[in-house]
Ligand binder design. Structure first.
Ligand code: PAF
Length: 285
């Protein structure tokens, strides 16, 4: 596994792969890798001959009150994990290498429409602009045939798929299912912020999503009531939910005739913001 920090070294590492006609996969990450990321790398290996993992904590996607400064940076451990998973290249640029014209960049992508107005888009203004901008830069640098993202960030995945469509990018976007701890908590680098009592409580977020999913599967279509009950139950247990909503697969408002829904939530537990979602298949009665 080659660890490279700038575009010239990345190009040099990729050149022989391109010459031999290798199919290249990219797994973009912000590092602090856990089993969830490793499952993305495994999926990328299945889909390609050469896997590039990127590690970059992208300041452009963090708001002023977000956790950019305290986001865990563990490159040495990440490099060991990436090598053990059999990826060929780890691209870990710093801000100057990622944004060579200076930071903040003068040119960014703007995500518009429903995808940027609801859920994460509503609560994290500018976040998806930052994500789309950096993922587009990574696509330009790596020129992957395929890129793999986690379903835990369901809305991010939708934003990236739409960006690929809108900008005519020649990258196949693949997703991998969310990995969970034994108690149901979705794996996330941010889980380590949780104090022990918060960690014990955290799986209740998944339970709240499951309660809504059970309601949908039993034929209920009173979306607002279902979600209000789940939100109240989270509040009673000490969460501060930002949203808990049922949406259609495209994140539009749900309609009773749909047979596929997504239940999505974001909630604070102490100072930690958790997000999670569940995809629900349910034919109405
Ligand atoms: O999901 C993440 O870790 C980040 O949003 C991504 C896609 C690596 C862009 O910085």
């Amino acid at each position: 596994m080659q660890l490279v920090h700038d575009t010239a070294a990345l190009d040099a590492a990729l050149r022989p792969e391109r010459v031999r006609g290798a199919r290249i996969a990219l797994v973009p990450t912000m590092g602090n890798l856990h089993e969830g990321h490793l499952s993305l790398i495994r999926r990328a290996r299945e889909l390609s001959d050469c896997v590039v993992v990127s590690v970059f904590v992208n300041p452009l996607q963090f708001g002023p009150n977000d956790d950019f400064d305290r986001y865990p940076r563990t490159l040495e451990a990440d490099a060991r994990l990436v090598a053990a998973e059999g990826a060929q290249i780890l691209f870990a640029p710093d801000v100057a290498a990622m944004y060579p014209g200076g930071y903040p960049p003068a040119t960014t992508l703007k995500v518009d429409g429903l995808l940027n107005q609801v859920l994460e888009g509503a609560f994290r203004p500018g976040h998806f602009d930052g994500v789309a901008t950096v993922v587009n830069i990574l696509f330009n640098r790596v020129r992957p045939d395929v890129a793999v993202f986690g379903q835990k960030d369901y809305q991010q995945l939708a934003v990236i798929r739409r960006m690929v469509l809108d900008l005519g990018l020649a990258v196949a976007v693949e997703s991998a299912t969310t990995l969970r701890a034994d108690d149901g908590l979705a794996l996330s680098s941010r889980n380590q912020y949780l104090k022990p009592p918060e960690r014990a409580l955290a799986p209740k977020l998944y339970e709240a999503l499951q309660a809504v999913a059970d309601g949908l599967r039993s034929g209920r279509r009173d979306f607002d009531q279902l979600c209000a009950t789940a939100r109240e139950s989270l509040e009673m247990q000490g969460f501060r939910p930002q949203y808990l909503e049922v949406r259609g697969p495209d994140l539009a408002a749900p309609a009773a005739h749909l047979s596929r829904f997504v239940v999505l939530a974001a909630a604070y537990l102490g100072s930690t913001r958790l997000i999670d979602n569940l995809i629900v298949e349910s034919v109405a009665n």
